[in-house]
Design a protein around this ligand. Structure first.
Ligand SMILES: [Ca+2]
Ligand SMILES: [Ca+2]
Length: 565
């Protein structure tokens, strides 16, 4: 879930930076440089023709994911759920929703993935359960049952909600339950009551749910909405953030009493300890934060909290050399040497091809973004279909909308269906996603040209470019282990940096404009660069770094050398 569709985030000006180069971590863990591929199971592959993707569908495409070269897949929730928020409302944390398969199907997926060297990361929703979860059914039944204080209950004020807190999905965050004569708090839909994380029994019960999956062999968790675990114990009104109204027609509040409270870090430390019981486990955080200083805290003062909190600043800035340079600089200097986790796409945001495409240079821009994501010093998230350039396909009519966000927010906010359409495997019906007559969301109309089968056979396709980049991240020592240094930092048009390991340097140069650019580099490592990968020319060519020509939105990765040596 994401607090706001458009992240309107203040730039943090970097303090005087002593150095940009942060040494590559020693004794690297698998996740430190991982590329984790997000699978939205509902939309990835449908094995039984009911129009909804499922676990066996994922298993059937593991060879594709291996060939692509990802280290792990993160599967969004497949647990039993009333599907009010398509799985982010969980009614049983240690089972599989029948529409996605069975625990035996999951075990087979895990085993087959392991054979191919692909780890599996699960989505874990800690902030809230479904209102159909047995914990909540018991909690709401009386004020005296054993789970009476597992959720955020309040008497209210004069039969009204206790304060002005808003649901992120619109309207008051408080819902009255007649059985108790009390309100419960829900940061998201009313069917998603917030757990009380100050309650020790809640914590222990949830940690046991994590252990259930870790014992099976999953490689960790992506923690949903993890900054929203705690609320102000005094239940104070949130202040108005700025004048105007949000997409739901309500005042815009500063969520200072319901988001990112300091107590979150106590839980992060406990989660890390639970994860540490199982070697190799990773905690990825869904951490929408206002700046890199807050992001840095998520790693823990003693490196004892989240392994990879998502950097939500990087992938949502504007398409300009200065803007991305600033984000890279902040991640290098502001995270105390920790590994940033970059991404452009996920199930909550419009696809990057649609956000950044200009209609004229879309293929070049897609390769530029891929290079920007996968060549800095970072771990990275990919979202299914990103590697073939899938575009948003937003609903045209309100009656077609599946995502409740879109139903509540229509027409201002059309919801998240557009970025959740079926994976485009081939040019057959439903893009090869399903044999059903109709699927839960329709395949985007461009699937006949834009699909895995077509791009596999096209040497210049985005898919083959992604494969080449993912291979390079493993095989090129500078890109895999190297430190990171920005170069030509005053260039308004071309973003460039050098990765260096073992005395060998790779130059990455990205033209972030729609005009051709010629750049000159003065690098200690050499005056020539052999093309390793480029969006506009073949590998193996020698280039003079005094006048490197880049076409509009061109991306260049070159091994720096000095022919005079
Ligand atoms: Ca199915
Ligand atoms: Ca909460």
């Amino acid at each position: 879930m994401r607090p706001t569709r458009l992240l309107n985030l203040a730039l943090i000006l970097c303090a005087i930076c002593s150095h940009f180069a942060v040494a590559a971590e020693s004794g690297a863990e698998w996740w430190q440089k991982a590329v984790v591929y997000e699978v939205y199971p509902r939309s990835f592959a449908d094995s039984n023709g009911d129009g909804i993707g499922d676990l066996n569908g994922i298993t059937s495409h593991l060879d594709y994911l291996k060939d692509l070269g990802v280290d792990a897949i993160w599967i969004t929730p497949f647990y039993p759920s009333p599907q009010v928020d398509f799985g982010y409302d969980i009614s049983n944390y240690h089972a599989i929703d029948p529409q996605y398969g069975t625990l035996a199907d999951f075990d087979r997926l895990l085993e087959e993935a392991k054979k191919r060297g692909i780890r599996i990361v699960l989505d874990m929703v800690l902030n809230h359960t479904s209102d159909q979860h047995p914990w909540f059914l018991e909690s709401k039944s009386s004020r005296s049952n054993p789970k009476a204080d597992w959720y955020m209950w309040h008497d209210g004020k004069d039969h009204q909600p206790p304060n002005n807190w808003q649901s992120i999905f619109g309207h008051s965050a408080w819902q009255l339950v007649p059985e108790r004569g009390q309100f419960y708090y829900h940061a998201f839909y009313k069917e998603q009551p917030d757990l009380d994380w100050r309650n020790r029994e809640v914590r222990n019960a949830m940690y046991d749910e994590l252990r259930f999956w870790m014992k099976k062999g999953v490689a960790g968790f992506r923690l949903d909405a993890v900054t929203s675990l705690f609320e102000d114990p005094q239940f104070r009104d949130e202040p108005i953030a700025r004048p105007g109204k949000n997409a739901f027609g309500e005042p815009i509040l500063n969520r200072q009493y319901t988001d990112n409270l300091p107590e979150c870090h106590d839980v992060f430390r406990e989660l890390r300890q639970v994860t540490n019981e199982f070697p190799g486990g990773v905690l990825i955080g869904e951490t929408y934060l206002p700046n890199v200083a807050e992001l840095e805290k998520m790693y823990g003062a003693h490196d004892d909290e989240l392994h990879l909190p998502m950097d939500t600043q990087f992938g949502f800035t504007k398409l300009s050399a200065d803007a991305f340079r600033q984000k890279l600089r902040e991640a290098e200097t502001g995270l105390n040497g920790h590994m940033p986790l970059f991404f452009f796409d996920n199930h909550d945001n419009p696809r990057s091809s649609s956000r950044y495409g200009d209609g004229t240079h879309n293929p070049a821009i897609a390769k530029l973004l891929a290079t920007l994501l996968l060549t800095p010093r970072c771990a990275a998230l990919l979202y299914y279909g990103q590697e073939i350039g899938m575009e948003n396909n937003d609903p045209k009519r309100k009656e077609d909308v599946q995502d409740p966000v879109g139903r509540i927010g229509w027409p201002k906010d059309k919801g998240r269906d557009g970025e959740r359409t079926p994976m485009q495997w081939d040019s057959s019906a439903n893009a090869g996603f399903s044999t059903a007559k109709t699927t839960w969301l329709p395949a985007a109309p461009n699937y006949k040209e834009r699909n895995v089968a077509a791009e596999t056979t096209d040497p210049d396709s985005l898919l083959n470019y992604y494969k080449a980049l993912l291979r390079l991240r493993k095989t090129n020592a500078a890109l895999r282990d190297g430190d990171f240094a920005l170069v030509n930092e005053s260039d308004k048009n071309v973003l460039a940096f050098v990765r260096t390991a073992g005395g060998k340097s790779v130059l990455v140069a990205l033209n972030l404009t729609s005009k051709p650019q010629t750049v000159s580099f003065d690098l200690p490592a050499g005056h020539q660069a052999i093309t390793v990968l480029s969006s506009f020319s073949k590998a193996g060519q020698s280039n003079n770094l005094k006048d490197l020509a880049l076409p509009p939105f061109g991306a260049f990765v070159g091994q720096v050398s000095d022919l005079s040596r």
